[in-house]
Design a protein around this ligand. Sequence first.
Ligand code: EPZ
Length: 422
Amino acid sequence: MDAFRVRGGVPLQGTIEVGGAKNAALPILAAALLIPGRTFLRRVPHLRDVETMRRVLEGLGARGGYTDHCFEVDATDLAGHEAPWDLVRTMRASIYVLGPLLARFGRARVALPGGCAWGPRPVDLHIKGMEALGAQVSLEHGDILAVAPPGGLRGAHLAFDVSSVGATGNVMMAACLAKGETVIENAAREPDIVALADFLNAAGARIEGQGTTTVRIRGVASLHSTEFENIPDRIELGTYLAAAAITGGEVTLEKARPDHCGIVLDRLRDMGAQVLVEADCIHLRASERLRAIDVTTQVYPGFPTDLQAQFMALLSVAEGSGLVTETIYPDRFTHVPELRRLGADIQLKNNVAAVRGVAALSGAHVTSTDIRASSALVLAALAAKGESWIHRVYHIDRGYERIEVRLAGIGADIVRESVSGP
Ligand code: EPZ
């Protein structure tokens, strides 16, 4: 097992190039299954989750691999329609192969993803979406088994009760090859969904309205080979800006999409950081102590749940007290006990955490539980006095490419160590 050893107190200084978005790359790679040809996706981050998706595609007979952030996959001849449990259990996003397989082959068997560290992650909206397109869906031995009607999927008009990124993506992919038109109401607006739609259109799909709550997909007979440039990762971007803010440093992030993270930049400004935007660069300087604010997570373009833990770390050393309200995943607080080990003063009641800023955190051994909780612990350790050890960093490797190398590149005292034990 790997762990990070962090010595805190160093203001970060320097420039980082933002990587490709994990949460856009994963559905786009799954969408490659729709194409009886080749997909060439640029700006793909080297992450555990991308490797898991590559293995899922390989298990289905799609040959793929990537060199230097470009991922090429050939899905001309697929061999199967099953995404096995041993891969799906490590990455919920494997559910994204459901729609493409069902649309292309008329059937799909995908293991029901397990829960996350922070509680259940249902897939009922994915299933409802496939059923709306005419599929018969059943649960067998822990798998979702979906079978299209004779003649294939049919366009439908459906409205989601809850805004779901994954379910929007899955229905959008399946509807590309359905007969007729599909309209999705209350569709997710995240940039990752816009990127997925733009990729599908580059491959010959006919999708409109992406980025709004009403998406229209007119089915086509088939899609064709294409190449596409992934969008930058707004969550990675927000994490690195938070790292500079919590250490009182000054960083520039390049190749960003500031329009994808407006609210995050505004909240950092509310906390007292100076944030300047210039084309695709974002510059942050946080010289004096941050001020506490209240943060409530919302669907896009509201404050992203994937930055909730990182901002809780910021609040733990800010001047004053702030409330963190989690409305997307009410249980998403596994980072709280670990932040407390570093000296944070956090009171948790249901889906609201009251954080009172302390003058200084102090180094400790802490344990990662999921991707974003892990990054929050790194941020807190960067600000803490003394040495911290962050264990089970395979969680963070799922969503951040070489985070320790990139942070060290802007002055952080952080190294990866192999440690024994669980
Ligand atoms: C995506 O997950 C992201 N993952 C998550 O990022 C992110 O936290 C989430 O969107 C919300 O923004 C990927 O894109 C791979 P949802 P997803 O469906 O699609 C409920 C990270 O750290 N829901 O938008 O699974 C659900 O419980 C990860 O990068 C249902 O009830 O999220 C939640 O309350 C963590 N039924 C809400 O909808 C369903 O069938 C939003 O979930 C599906 C979801």
